[in-house]
Design a protein around this ligand. Structure first.
Ligand code: MN3
Length: 200
């Protein structure tokens, strides 16, 4: 069974004006689709064809005995993007309420400190990659990963991510990555998805 490009959780223009339909059409319709197509080509005729995506990512992570970098890169990018779309929603962002807010305050001291650290992780990632809120051993933390790397490969549970590859923002924000990350925080985060990932 080949992997399929998952449906977006909203219409391509639903995140405007914060992320344009044009950005989503390239990011989802070209970049994400290419990762799916390349993964399917890479695993065709191998024993990986019958594995769940998460298992393919973990088995091909750096340092694993049978790891293949090209399989990891495409499988992890399929997973990362499918996760990323769910991290956004029209009318999202801003300070969460309820149990998620309490979890952030407990882990980072305040919502403002969470924002500062999450933004620093996204803006400070040199080159291409991702900023994440993860849970590791029951503790919330903020990490950034390079290129296709993903918390799945490090025993961490992903709770929230923002894609900081240039293709995620260049059409709308050009070189202004900090503005994109701030806008993601203020207007796009799907806190209900984060709550679900926390088991709340
Ligand atoms: Mn991307």
């Amino acid at each position: 069974m080949a992997f399929e490009l998952p449906k977006l959780p909203w219409a391509e223009d639903a995140l405007e004006p914060y992320t344009s339909a044009r950005t989503i059409s390239f990011h989802y319709g070209k970049h994400h689709k290419a990762y799916v197509d390349n993964l399917n080509k890479a695993i065709a005729g191998t024993s990986m064809e019958s594995l769940p995506l998460e298992d393919i990512v973990k088995a091909n992570a750096e340092g694993m005995p049978a790891a293949k970098g090209s399989v990891f890169n495409n499988a992890a990018q399929v997973w990362n993007h499918s996760f990323f779309w769910q991290c956004m929603k029209p009318g999202g962002g801003g300070q969460p309420v309820g149990p998620v807010a309490a979890n952030l305050a407990q882990a980072f001291g305040s919502y403002e400190q969470f924002v500062e650290q999450f933004k620093a992780a996204g803006v400070g990632r040199f080159g291409s990659g991702w900023a994440w809120l993860v849970s590791e051993g029951g503790m919330l933390k903020i990490v950034s990963t390079a290129n296709a790397d993903t918390p799945l490969a490090h025993g961490q549970v992903a709770l929230l991510t923002v894609d900081v590859w240039e293709h995620a923002y260049y059409l709308d924000y050009q070189n202004r990555r900090p503005d994109f990350v701030q806008t993601f925080i203020d207007h796009l985060i799907n806190w209900e998805f984060v709550a679900a990932n926390l088991g709340l």
